[in-house]
Design a protein around this ligand. Structure first.
Ligand SMILES: Cc1cc2nc3c(=O)[nH]c(=O)nc-3n(C[C@H](O)[C@H](O)[C@H](O)COP(=O)(O)OP(=O)(O)OC[C@H]3O[C@@H](n4cnc5c(N)ncnc54)[C@H](O)[C@@H]3O)c2cc1C
Length: 293
């Protein structure tokens, strides 16, 4: 048995380089004025999957739900070592909150067939909720370990993970199937490989209808493991067997009423005595107020 891993990745606006109005009057993101990047913690999730593959073996499929342009993060995943990638794209997915996003990703994961380990970034830098990973696990009905900071041991049957919690770390072992969310401190993502860039730079997406999905997967649902993919599969609401009413805006109870810029200011100055006692009392105060952990 070889380990089947799925990594969820999101293309996000580069929140450090905003030009123009980032939000539309209706409270949705004005993606047209924002440069896009690979969500940083999803790079950590992909790197973790690549390291596990190097020690245990197996395959990595990367999926993203987004507009056609999101194919860029899939190509980037191929450059870094992913075996297979799938774009989930449909106008019906537009305006999804975390509930609708996790529903669509759950349907796509089930469509992929058997899997052992799903890896997500801990958090996306645009929505910032850190809810999608845990919601996918809940909907798939599988175990989840959030906040992975390192993998202590991995085999084809189970994995032991060090995870960050509020006041320290926990070591948790789980059998598969399992979903983990990965913190930015877990690893240093590798760079794209030049040979893979050459192999995949011109790869294009291709819409796959239901019959195509079946012929691609084969009757036993087995995933092919092509050394060079000929195209990037694109699925829509129907291809992943999703209920359109649970997707996009219609499946999203969240409504963003208003977005406000808040500039934090301080009027107080605190003098800390330059003594051991003064400094340790100040440190205690910062910890009590959860300013430092
Ligand atoms: C200002 C603002 C406020 C919002 N407030 C809310 C709110 O209160 N409640 C709410 O439900 N939604 C809210 N949203 C919408 C929310 O950002 C989207 O649902 C978003 O697509 C998913 O949530 P997230 O970005 O917080 O993901 P997170 O939960 O932070 O993402 C965690 C991980 O899930 C995976 N993932 C997330 N999205 C995708 C994707 N499209 N494709 C593949 N993998 C993915 C990635 O691995 C990612 O690292 C808000 C959006 C904005 C702009």
């Amino acid at each position: 048995m070889s380990l089947k891993m799925i990594v969820t990745v999101k293309q996000v606006p580069d929140t450090h380089n905003i030009v123009g109005d980032a939000m539309k009057p209706d409270g949705t993101v004005n993606r047209a004025v924002l440069p896009t990047i690979f969500n940083p913690e999803d790079l950590n999730a992909l790197e973790e999957a690549l390291s596990i593959k190097e020690t245990v073996g197996g395959s990595i499929t990367v999926i993203t739900m987004g507009p056609p342009k999101a194919v860029e993060v899939l190509k980037e995943s191929l450059y870094r070592g992913a075996d297979d990638v799938v774009l989930i794209s449909d106008r019906k997915f537009a305006g999804a909150d975390t509930l609708a996003t996790s529903y669509a990703l759950k349907c796509a994961i089930e469509k992929l067939g058997d899997y052992d380990l799903v890896l997500c970034g801990r958090q996306a830098i645009d929505g910032d909720t850190a809810q999608v990973g845990p919601q996918i696990a809940e909907k798939l009905g599988i175990n989840q370990i959030t906040g992975l900071v390192s993998v202590l041991a991995a085999s084809k049957k189970s994995i032991t993970i060090k995870r960050q919690v509020d006041d320290g770390f926990e070591i948790v072992r789980s059998k598969y199937p399992l979903l983990v969310t990965v913190n930015s401190t877990a690893n240093e993502p590798r760079s794209p490989r030049a040979k893979r860039v050459m192999a995949y730079k011109n790869i294009d997406r291709k819409f796959c209808d239901e019959s195509y999905v079946e012929s691609y997967l084969g009757t036993d649902g087995a995933q092919p493991s092509p050394s060079i993919l000929s195209h990037i599969r694109e699925w829509n609401v129907e291809s992943i067997g999703a209920d359109a009413l649970q997707c996009g805006l219609s499946g999203s109870p969240t409504k963003v009423k208003k977005v406000q810029n808040i500039v934090l200011t301080t009027s107080d100055v605190k003098q800390v005595p330059n003594t051991d006692v003064g400094i340790s009392e100040f440190m205690r105060e910062l910890m009590d107020e959860h300013i430092i952990g």
